[in-house]
Design a binder for this molecule. Structure first.
Ligand SMILES: Cc1cc2nc3c(=O)[nH]c(=O)nc-3n(C[C@H](O)[C@H](O)[C@H](O)COP(=O)(O)OP(=O)(O)OC[C@H]3O[C@@H](n4cnc5c(N)ncnc54)[C@H](O)[C@@H]3O)c2cc1C
Length: 440
């Protein structure tokens, strides 16, 4: 009987298995491919990248760069294999699509504490386990997780872009709630008739990301992409997500021709999402078109709108920041299944879950990563978010901000980001020195 079981050898599962094995536990790692395929994977390698071969920006001025550096310092096997198999990709950490997952597979296979079993898992074991089966979890297991959660797993079809508040031109935006009801919770971007039709025409003809066969059935009428609504008629948006009724502009006292609303997305109010703007426009097109909205000219996107199949848990109701289930069983979740979005974010949750399942198996308390680190902040966000949890990338809105001025001088955004990153890395270093080091 192994000390721990890991289900799914994607990015999160491979990382979790490695960390648990490095902490001295014997690990059974179950992966269903190639016995049973997913609709997106093409090989039998572990940690296969189903789409882009980029693990995001390398720079410490980016949230993704910081997250990668944290994982490096913690001894991540995924980051080690990525660095060794990197390819020129400008500022990004691009990896050789075949060599990277092959390297992960070889590393994991050759670890003396890990036994690999190629079989679909259809039941959740009662012994210490990490479930890391990803957005394309097989149906049989998804049913079991659903039963455990007591509610339907969230089938996520679309999300609107999220913007950093400090990049908004607030002089062009007004705060109000429709018909003045409740707290003035929304930021509103008013459009004239001319601005509205120009925007709608642009939106309706902007370029879309290709849709794959397996995504077709996830197109829900109740949650249509904003560009699809725009194509149904030039006025349709004005009677839908851009309706201006009850939102007079306090600067003119008039009701604008159309309004784009922004809703606060995090507790601190650093992040705002564009209400009703779920989209499958290409990311470059989203930046181009959405930056024509008055007030969003310099919008800095924390997350672009995305549309693809995603199975994920209401982690904010089910999990602790250790990735353990709140009901007390020795069960952990990891990866995209926990409500994070992206390769590196999934790896990070794999690292936490793998470390903690091993600690539990060894009779130690699971650890919570400090919130001052990007990893800890992500874990905190997905397990405490109020209301409905929408999948989230690493972003600067999650970690403490730094003063905008230093010695009377206004810091540039890259300088502020560097300081945020250095602070987070100091927090991590201190945490590791305290002896709660997560890898040997
Ligand atoms: C179509 C698509 C495109 C994407 N594009 C990008 C992108 O460009 N960039 C990005 O950062 N992220 C992208 N993502 C998100 C990406 O999937 C995740 O970021 C990442 O792969 C998640 O890692 P994971 O380890 O949680 O899941 P995965 O990497 O999917 O790994 C899960 C593993 O579990 C296995 N498995 C599933 N069910 C079972 C079972 N019952 N028993 C045993 N094994 C099982 C699967 O075979 C798989 O190997 C995309 C996702 C999808 C679906």
């Amino acid at each position: 009987m192994p000390d721990v079981t890991i289900i799914g050898a994607g990015l999160a599962g491979s990382e979790a298995a490695w960390q648990a094995a490095e902490l001295g536990c014997t690990v059974a790692l179950w992966e269903m491919r190639p016995v049973k395929e997913t609709p997106a994977h093409r090989t039998e390698h572990f940690a296969e990248l189903v789409c882009s071969n980029s693990l995001g920006n390398r720079s410490l001025e980016t949230a993704s760069g910081l997250l990668k550096e944290e994982l490096r310092r913690l001894g991540s096997v995924i980051l080690r294999c990525a660095d060794v198999n990197s390819v020129p990709a400008g500022g990004a950490l691009g990896v050789a699509r075949e060599d990277f997952p092959r390297a992960v597979t070889e590393a994991v296979h050759s670890h003396p504490n890990i036994e690999v079993i190629r079989k679909e898992v259809t039941d959740i074991p009662e012994s210490p386990t990490v479930v890391a089966t990803g957005p394309l979890t097989s149906d049989a297991l998804a049913e079991k997780i659903e039963a455990l959660s007591g509610e339907r797993l969230y089938f996520y079809d679309a999300a609107s872009p999220i913007i950093h508040r400090d990049s908004l031109d607030e002089g062009r935006i007004y705060r109000a709630s429709r018909y003045d009801k409740g707290e003035a919770a929304y930021l509103n971007c008013a459009m004239t008739e001319e601005q509205y039709y120009s925007f709608v025409d642009d939106l309706a003809t902007a370029e879309l990301s290709p849709i794959k066969d397996f995504e077709e059935d996830l197109y829900f009428e109740g949650c249509l992409p904003v560009e699809t609504i725009a194509r149904r008629g030039r006025d349709t948006l004005r009677f839908g997500p851009m309706k201006p009724v009850g939102l007079p502009d306090p600067r003119t006292g008039e009701i604008p021709y159309a309004v784009v609303q922004l809703r606060q997305d995090d507790a601190e109010g650093h992040l705002y999402n564009i209400v009703g703007f779920q989209t499958r426009l290409k990311w470059g097109e989203q930046r181009r078109v959405f930056r024509t909205i008055p007030g969003l000219e310099n919008a800095d996107f924390a997350r672009m709108g995305v549309m693809h199949r995603n199975t994920y848990l209401p982690s904010n109701q089910m999990l602790e920041a250790t990735m353990r289930i709140r009901s007390g069983e020795p069960l952990f979740f990891a990866g995209q299944l926990t409500g994070v979005e992206g390769y590196v974010e999934s790896t990070a949750m794999g690292h936490i879950a793998g470390t903690n399942v091993a600690r539990l198996a060894r009779g130690e308390e699971p650890i919570t990563m400090p919130r001052g680190t990007m990893m800890g902040a992500l874990a905190h966000y997905i397990t405490t978010k109020e209301g409905t949890l929408q999948p989230i990338n690493s972003n600067w809105g999650l970690v403490p901000s730094v003063p905008k001025k230093e010695n009377g001088r206004r810091l540039s955004k890259p300088e502020r980001r560097q300081r945020q990153a250095q602070t987070a890395l100091s927090v991590l270093d201190e945490f590791m020195q305290e002896g709660v080091k997560t890898a040997v």
